[in-house]
Design a protein around this ligand. Structure first.
Ligand SMILES: [Zn+2]
Ligand SMILES: [Zn+2]
Length: 134
């Protein structure tokens, strides 16, 4: 179902959600976004936050990250880049500079439309903790 055609307007609420999300690099869940915007939008409901995040993702202004065994997370950076999931603290971090696999390009004759790739490991903070324990 395409909800975007119905509701493309950039409402005040949607604008605030987009701005808050673009200020952080933490890839928050919808619940966390809700907590982030609550101060500016005291009347907003969790359902409205969910709906607006979905619309922003469909509009291509943000990314929705679906990782196995985790609630959906949202990224204010709409450009394709790699994410790493830390197995110790469950943080989702951006890996290196924006990395573009080349959407709409071909790899071995295969036309790339999108990719879902999960890189799992230990973030720098958790590696430091591990090293201290040794
Ligand atoms: Zn970690
Ligand atoms: Zn990211």
């Amino acid at each position: 179902m395409n909800i975007v055609n119905k509701d493309r307007r950039m409402t005040k609420q949607r604008q605030v959600i987009l701005e808050r999300l673009r200020e952080v690099k933490t890839h928050p869940t919808a619940d966390e976004v809700y907590a982030m915007v609550k101060e500016d939008l005291p009347k907003i409901s969790l359902g409205t936050v969910y709906r607006n995040l979905d619309i922003l993702a469909e509009l291509g202004l943000i990314q929705k990250l679906e990782m196995a065994g985790q609630p959906k997370r949202f990224d204010g950076n709409p450009h394709p880049h790699l994410h790493g999931k830390c197995i110790a603290c469950e943080r989702v971090v951006d890996l290196g500079p924006d990395f573009d696999f080349g959407l709409d390009k071909k790899i071995n004759g295969f036309k790339v439309l999108d990719y879902k790739l999960e890189i799992i490991g230990l973030c720098s903070r958790c590696q430091e903790k591990e090293n201290k324990l040794k």
